[in-house]
Write a protein that binds this ligand. Structure first.
Ligand SMILES: [Zn+2]
Length: 321
């Protein structure tokens, strides 16, 4: 299990700390800082201002709120979006109520997709800002994902009763709704460079508290169209058959594999139900036919196949530098 990294820090080395303030030529007459102005006589200040204007040439200058001139003519090659994750939810409530809660309440999401026909997509929070949709959460070693994610709420009731076998019955997602989700997630992922494994459900990042978007959310269908992560099903089947014949992998390696594919694994001394909740979240996403949190040969096969498809640990995470 990797050590948790808090969002915002992103695991990167912050070599720029304090540099921004140092860079601003605050002792230039153009500054609005009264402390620096006070020791300049007015004519000298005028002369300085003229000199500054010549110096600037035609570099684009963006006026800051504090009256600072920010030179935006040079852009760093090494940069990326702050958006690392896309988190999908169901609302439980109907469209009008969901819209009210998400726009006026203590929680919010960047997008709300209604179950109108055709679905309406509201953007309630600008993508450059944080929405309060994830709460206490962890994925791939990153914690508290509100600031590093885009949240999408999908109008769906979630559990709507009890099925014949005693498990919850879930409201199905309408195809038009799924088409809208797919198009929106694809667009966001492309614009922000979100990795397929970082397109997740609320239950993936908070398995002890959440079940949304639920076992009927068609992760497989999305992944087959290039949205999100999946695994080689024939590999999963072969591995599952092997586990069925030779016995399940030990819990230590299962814990390691779950962490490897992104899940926050509870400490060894945690109550057993916590580990079950994590396995159930994994099943809901990758093997939803049964999601009781009991590791069976098929689940172990899917997990091992997913690890095999995930490549070496830490690959492609350029921001780690
Ligand atoms: Zn949620």
């Amino acid at each position: 299990m990797r050590a948790a990294r808090t969002e915002g820090r992103g695991g990167g080395r912050e070599i720029y700390g304090g540099l921004a303030n140092d860079y601003i030529p605050s002792d230039f007459p153009g500054s609005s800082n009264p402390m620096t102005r006070s020791y300049l006589s007015r004519p000298l200040a005028m002369l300085g201002l003229a000199g500054l204007l010549v110096l600037q040439g035609c570099a684009p200058m963006a006026p800051g709120k504090a009256g600072l001139d920010i030179d935006t003519s040079v852009s760093a090659r090494s940069q990326g979006s702050r958006v690392r994750f896309i988190v999908l939810h169901y609302t439980v409530s109907e469209s009008p109520r969901a819209l009210g809660i998400l726009s006026q309440g203590e929680v919010s999401s960047h997008y709300l997709i209604t179950d109108d026909e055709p679905p309406r997509i509201y953007r309630l929070v600008d993508e450059s800002r944080a929405a309060w949709h994830a709460g206490q959460s962890e994925w791939g070693g990153y914690t508290w994902l509100n600031r590093s994610s885009i949240g999408i709420e999908i109008v769906n009731r979630g559990p709507v009763g009890t099925a014949a076998d005693g498990t919850p019955a879930w409201q199905p997602y309408r195809p038009s709704l799924i088409r809208a989700v797919k198009a929106l997630v694809r667009d966001i992922a492309e614009r922000h460079g979100v990795a397929p494994e970082n397109i997740v459900g609320h239950s993936d990042i908070a398995p002890l508290r959440k079940q949304d978007p639920g076992p009927l959310f068609p992760w497989r269908e999305l992944a087959r169209e290039g949205v999100g992560r999946w695994y080689d099903e024939s590999v999963a089947q072969a591995l599952g058959a092997r586990f069925a014949a030779q016995g399940l992998p030990d819990m230590a390696s299962v814990r390691q594999q779950l962490a490897r594919v992104g899940y926050a694994v509870p400490p060894l001394e945690a109550p057993e139900r916590e580990m079950r909740a994590v396995v159930a979240a994994f099943q809901m996403h990758y093997r939803p036919a049964r999601y009781d949190g009991v590791l069976d040969a098929e689940t172990a096969g899917v997990l091992a196949a997913l690890v095999a498809a995930s490549g070496p640990a830490g690959a492609g995470d350029a921001s780690a530098w």
